[in-house]
Design a protein around this ligand. Structure first.
Ligand code: UD1
Length: 338
């Protein structure tokens, strides 16, 4: 059985990926320092799959702990690296935390992987690397634009570090550029657990609908889009999780054509903030209180994926609709508050 390490495996995308890996018969080892997750997620994974993954509470900024981990687990054949900080605003306020957390950890892991005969490495990247792309939908060969936050910069630097290391080592890697992951597992056993006031649209919507927030602020309706609000590509987290399993299998079966490959993971469909609100109102059957406020600094006008490469090369396609994803997010919100 292939033994796979999932760093950040108790986080939002990580936990859903652990479920899909276990469903496909992988033996999973999770590392998570619980900085933005909860130990109870292990139980949720157990309830869904019938298996509790092996778990270690390791801070990946601790180089000797990383070294010790790989000595102990010298039979790992694949790594999916999610562990990273992801709040854009926080990264502007505390850039060193982001560079330490997101870059040091990556370097320490790669320093161990270069000694392995087989190292298959999946990296969590983001569509943020494209900034405001000139053409929609965005293809993987669109220019990587200068990052507008330290968080975004850590994703770009991460991609560059992996590319440089892969040139001189046995590392094979797939860089997955996510668009906007939303939703929760259909069982409502795992989902997104934002710390404090949610910064992302969908958790803010579900918390507002539940009555935890007074109203949603829509950041700007004067953008050059059909209804004036920003457009994003919202992808169900379970679809996204499945893409990780497929990407890993591609590396394990040595089907990759280059030692570093890059794929966009989105639905290919762009939705405006107003469209998301309407879809949410439809699936929840209730009106969402919201007001239009000024633009949020750093927001791009539109970002949605051209998914042809993932569809044809990986043989993966997002299956869930926006409504299905929002409905799962709403079920999850109600479940955790009950
Ligand atoms: C954000 C990050 C992105 C990161 C991703 C991680 C920014 C500029 N980008 O993506 O780099 O990879 O999160 O999850 O922060 N909106 C509102 N009201 C709200 C919240 C959001 O109107 O309370 C709007 C935003 O203006 C945007 C859309 O909803 O148009 C989506 O926002 P969000 O969920 O924060 O995702 P991104 O900004 O696309």
């Amino acid at each position: 059985m292939n033994k796979v390490l999932v760093t950040g495996g108790l986080g939002f995308i990580g936990s859903h990926t652990v479920v899909e890996l276990q469903n496909e018969g992988f033996e999973v080892v999770v590392i998570d320092n619980l900085s933005n997750s909860s130990i109870e997620v292990l139980e949720g994974i157990h309830r869904i799959t019938g298996t509790k993954p092996h778990y270690e509470n390791i801070d990946l900024r601790d180089k000797s702990a990383v070294q010790y981990f790989f000595k102990k687990h010298n039979d790992i054949t694949g790594i999916i690296h999610f562990a990273a900080s992801k709040a854009v605003g926080e990264s502007v306020e505390n850039p060193l935390l982001y560079y330490e957390n997101n870059i040091n950890s990556l370097v320490y892991i790669l320093q161990e992987l270069i000694h392995l005969t087989q190292s298959n490495f999946i990296f969590s990247s983001s569509c943020t690397v494209y900034g405001q792309a000139e053409k929609m939908p965005i293809t993987e060969d669109a220019t990587v634009q200068p990052a507008n936050s330290p968080y975004g910069n850590t994703k770009q630097i991460g991609e560059e570090i992996i590319t440089d290391v892969a040139k001189v080592s046995n590392i094979n890697s797939i860089l997955l550029r996510y668009f906007n992951p939303i939703g929760a597992h259909s069982s409502a056993e795992i989902g997104e657990l934002p710390l404090g006031i949610p910064q992302n649209l969908v958790p803010f919507i579900t918390q507002t609908a539940f009555g935890l927030r007074k109203e949603l602020s829509v950041y700007g309706n004067d953008y050059p889009t059909p209804d004036g609000t920003c457009i994003r590509d919202y992808i169900h987290v379970v679809d996204l999780a499945k893409a990780h399993v497929i990407a890993l299998q591609r590396l394990l079966k040595k089907q990759n054509l280059e030692n570093v490959e890059t794929f966009n993971l989105g639905t290919g469909r762009g939705s405006s903030v107003i469209e998301v609100i309407s879809a949410f109102e439809k699936v929840s059957g209730q009106k969402l209180p919201y007001k239009i406020v000024g633009r949020r600094e750093g927001d791009v006008i539109a970002a949605y994926a051209n998914t042809d490469k993932a569809n044809t090369v990986l043989g993966w396609k997002a299956k869930s609709s926006l409504e299905e994803a929002l409905s799962s997010a709403w079920n999850w919100e109600q479940k955790i508050r009950s």
